[in-house]
Ligand binder design. Sequence first.
Ligand code: FAD
Length: 286
Amino acid sequence: MKLSSILGKGKPTLSFEVFPPKTADKYDTVQQAVEEIAQLNPAYMSVTYGAGGGTSAFTTSIAANILKNHGVTPLAHLTCVSSTRQMIRDQVTLLKENGIENILALRGDIPQEGGALSDYHYASELIYELKNLGDFCIGAACYPDGHVESKNVAEDILHLKEKVDAGCDFLTTQMFFDNHVLYSFLYKIREAGITVPVVAGIMPVTNASQIKRICALSGTYLPQRFKAIVDRFGDHTAAMQQAGIAYATDQIIDLFANGVNAVHVYSMNKPAVARQIQKNLSEILA
Ligand code: FAD
């Protein structure tokens, strides 16, 4: 099923993200977590793609398993910055052979150690190419706080429009912790003529030091209310998990209440977190 048939239809949807293992010996552990999350029967599940494309075969096999064994629609991520055109074509063939119809088309982070291949510079080029390689529903990333390489949000939105014009069908946001940042971003992109559905990406924080580092690197705004929770509970794993799930639930309820109907949870291969969030929203999603 294409995600375009469920997104933007006015019904609240909850989806989850998983990531493939870095090495084959961790495959079974990841697969176990993926299956537990798939059993929650989310609207769809996304499977990330290793930065350098090194775990590309795992992305496809996990996505294929989600579809075949659980009947849950997969969204396979695909990055291009470390790929040649031929590598992308091979990956697309593999996705087609496995019946995967939805792709989140990304540039990927430019490797610090070098080694980015020069066939692609931006995600828009990948989106344009994917449109010609098959009948896919294509998503792209967007950044309510602005992408770290952009001068400002306005410049980032100009390039976001290029991705939409290249043929992307929906957008998924980077994590954000203040819903007003998203609402302001949505207003700006609609003004810029971007009308495709936007899926809000929500990260339930369970590891305080990791999130502080990621947010500092990506320039994500941390509201005082969130910082206080992390400062107070960050050293206590179970308490941080409980508070992180409560904060994420609160964000999601506010999003649904304000008409942002599609929410994607960065569940990070943690079935307990995915399960608890879904339980907290059971009546709202019914
Ligand atoms: P682009 O859309 O190409 O944008 C990158 C930068 O270039 C932006 O600053 C943009 O404004 C600028 N830009 C775009 N076009 C132009 C142009 N024509 N001229 C000048 N500047 C331009 N990474 C992974 O490795 N694997 C994953 O699975 C993965 N999943 C992700 C999922 C989501 C929802 C998000 C938000 C991010 C994900 N990432 C993933 C991270 C992503 O790869 C990085 O954020 C990367 O740095 C940018 O990717 P992009 O597709 O947004 O790039």
